[in-house]
Ligand binder design. Sequence first.
Ligand code: KIV
Length: 300
Amino acid sequence: MSLTSFNASAREPRRKVTTLSILEKKQRHERLTCLTAYDYASARLVDECGIDMILVGDSLSQVVLGQDNTMAVTVEEMLHHTRAVRRAVQSALVIADMPYGSYQVNDDQGVANGIRFVKESGAEAVKLEGGEKRIGLVHRLLDAEVPVMGHIGLTPQSLHTMGGYKVQGKSLPAVEQLMRDAVALDRAGVFSIVLEGIPREVAAMITAEVKAPTIGIGAGPECDGQVLVFHDILNLTFSPPAKFVRQYADAAALVRGAVSAFKTDVETGAYPSEAESYHLPKETQGALAEITERKRAMKR
Ligand code: KIV
């Protein structure tokens, strides 16, 4: 831990990403980037790399809190982590995932919780799962000035009704339903739509049909942008990666190496060194030596 102010180091100012600039990027046929982050350090690094959107995903439940699925994470936990991310971010658009149970009971509850994310954590948008059945809520959130990112296809909060994490939209009726969901979200005014775990061909059709940028995860390369989980791209999830995950670094190996080296250095006395130690100023050293000498003399 540095003894200087925690977040004091200067950063190059960059333009703030907004929901409007996200829409404009699709119009210019520029691809969009999105990664999850859940704390100050990861969010700061992601933001410094110029990623367009940071999603404080409910995947937090699994990759940070070690729970079996995304459904266990609470509004309070999501708010806590979104606040940390918001403190770190200068440029990226910060989106908070509305956790399971925070909008399913009724739209009043969904609007109240959406407002909490903006007011109490500094989120600039919220994401929620579901298509046609969420349109009433999307309208109410937009009326309350809360921008919304949709999420259709493999929606992890529907784990039990889907019967597992399965690729969606494989049959003709399922493709038609996905298209209806995407068009309904688009017409309602979402600023982007996550397409998760669906065939590439279906994602391409939806992307061509809607004005809102589509952000794919396991939905092929024709989406307007891509999102991945921070821990997945760094090999920090301790489980076999899904087919669509590309690991860009092995942070687990890096951390194991560093922690083992620290352990060895402490156990052998190699850490801390002289250069890593603080010293008394000369005057205090002299005074201390005198006191020690006096004490010794009294004992004799
Ligand atoms: O929670 C999450 O990380 C997500 C993304 C995978 C889209 O919802």
